[in-house]
Design a binder for this molecule. Sequence first.
Ligand SMILES: *Cc1c(COP(=O)(O)O)cnc(C)c1O
Length: 365
Amino acid sequence: MNTEIERLLRPNIARLQPYSSARSEYQGDAEIYLDANENAYGSPTGEGLNRYPDPLQKELKIRIAALKNVDEGQIFIGNGSDEAIDVLFRIFCEPGRDQCIICPPTYGMYGVSAAINDVEVLRVPLTDAFQLEVNGILSAATERTKLIFVCSPNNPTGNLMIRDDVIDLAKRFSGLTVVDEAYIDFAAEASLTNALAGVPRLVVLQTFSKAWGMAGVRVGMAFAHRDIVEQMNRVKPPYNVGSLPQRVILEALDKEDRVSRWIEETRSERERLRSLLSTLPLIREVLPSDANFLLVKVDDAKTIYGHLKEMKIIVRDRSEVPMCEGCLRITVGTPGENDILVNAMRSLSQSGRNEAILPILLGIS
Ligand SMILES: *Cc1c(COP(=O)(O)O)cnc(C)c1O
């Protein structure tokens, strides 16, 4: 399968002589390592942290390859998915010249990363059903458009993009189609990683930050044709994922059972929360979700957000986001947390917008 990646590279990246680290020049097993200017005595914590980490995270990739049913050469590992996004911009988008397409309402990081890299953002909004406008996206693209970002399940709307639309788009677009699957573990459909073999310029992003419960560790993944992964590896900082993150992710991978149970519970809590919230008078609509959050349309988002905050419950106010007017994004919590949220919102429903009696009703006067 020909990816035609060379043609898309920034010229300076095509010419780049990547940094060659001590750890990538010598890969065997030796007795004495005097090649990397490390502290030969040890690390103060005694955990072997005096040595540089594996720059290509080989052990981790073997495990992830088996888990995700892809080849090790199709995996890039980054300091969060944010790093994968940034690296893609730096490989393919010439600052001040090239463009990307995003489909709002969607995750804010694509636009921010584009701005940091001085890449113009073309916006082709999702349809009223929050689906891709495939023909609209393709006709907005110019010869300078290198990346299209698709988020599925989408943040903040929670819905999956229609699989055939994404594949159709990725096949017809001459640049890279990047599908962010941060929430795919909660979804009713399979990952697009199983389409990689037939779609040369598809990149699938996943993360350990959500279902895997490792947001503090900062490890994200990109799955793509090995031609693309090779370029990402040339451009990333040589030791972009530390030894500790690599080690704890390996430990987490041993606890897949626990993660699967949490995913099951989150999905059932999501549906329970959705039906409870739907009965409350102040809620106009709770959108269906394939993620671990619900987008909830309410009468007066700012006021409700403020009242919940006073009760020390923090949700995400998305009411300023075009097409999400009046909406709050609520993460699915534990059963206990969800009950507290529902009770709080019920008390707000009962008090209506009568500011004066609210504190009395809530017992916080
Ligand atoms: C949370 C989230 C991520 C995760 O980013 P990390 O850098 O891996 O923590 C990625 N994409 C979307 C859409 C998200 O909501």
